[in-house]
Design a protein around this ligand. Structure first.
Ligand code: ATP
Ligand code: MG
Length: 229
């Protein structure tokens, strides 16, 4: 099926308990996100923020309730369409033991070397090109990346993937203040015409988001915009 240009999301009464657990990670969640809206997700550690994003990628299916993408259950979308519809910056970024090129191409198999280099410059990772360029080996048997470089690599992948829905799990965690504001400026530019859910601990910059939700114990305990909260 076709990849939509614009994405709205609806969560109706979504509850989810991880296998072997008794306490739900998400309980009776309701959320409506219109196409092009940006949503910031806040809340203390363990409250269910990453789980919410994981359910949207269908890493897990909820036991009750439904998740709709453009009014269709995400469970009815084929895997390929779902992948192409969303760009994900996960909380734990995976580095493959492979070349720098292949670590980027998994997000955009048809991207040219020029496009890959351009995105590395854009995300402040041009230093990675110094030894061996796109052929340099990353991961086991090669160069390991710092926490901040890994976050930027994930953002580079998301930029290459260029999907209409972006799910960002603390995209600037572990970055110094200067780099953080560079990345947030970059993201603000990229996010402009996309639907975005961003998990963040950062209170600055929230005025840019149409909706702010605060979670606790798998539930939304506050919901509004910057002026209201
Ligand atoms: P943080 O801010 O620390 O990233 P979070 O809000 O993203 O926290 P989640 O990762 O969504 O929290 O976790 C919600 C709850 O589900 C936590 O109690 C966590 O221990 C539990 N949990 C997360 N992943 C799993 C899993 N794979 N199996 C079982 N329980 C899990
Ligand atoms: Mg998390």
């Amino acid at each position: 099926s076709e990849v939509p240009q614009r994405v709205s999301l609806t969560l109706n009464n979504v509850s989810f308990t991880y296998p072997q657990q008794t306490q739900p990670a998400l309980a009776n969640l309701n959320l409506r996100v219109n196409a092009g809206e940006h949503v910031a997700i806040l809340g203390r550690t363990g409250c269910g923020k990453s789980t919410l994003l994981q359910l949207l990628t269908r890493a897990w299916d909820p036991q009750t309730g439904e998740l709709l993408l453009n009014e269709q259950p995400i469970s009815s979308l084929d895997e390929m369409t779902l992948r192409r519809t969303m760009s994900v910056v996960p909380q734990r970024v995976h580095l493959f033991s492979a070349t720098l090129r292949d670590n980027l191409l998994l997000a955009a198999p048809n991207a040219t070397d020029d496009a890959l280099s351009a995105v590395l410059v854009r995300t402040g990772l041009e230093k990675l090109l110094d030894d061996g360029g796109l052929n340099s080996w990353l991961g086991e048997g090669g160069r390991q990346l710092s926490g901040g470089e890994l976050r930027r690599l994930a953002i580079a992948r998301a930029l290459l993937h260029d999907a209409p829905l972006m799910l960002l799990d603390e995209p600037t965690e572990g970055l110094d203040a200067t780099t953080e504001s560079q990345i947030l400026d970059l993201l603000a530019d990229v996010m402009r015409d996309k639907t975005v859910l961003m998990v963040t601990h950062r209170l600055r910059g929230l005025a840019r988001f149409e909706q702010i939700i605060v979670m606790d114990n798998g539930q939304i305990i506050e919901h509004g915009n910057h002026a209201e909260l």
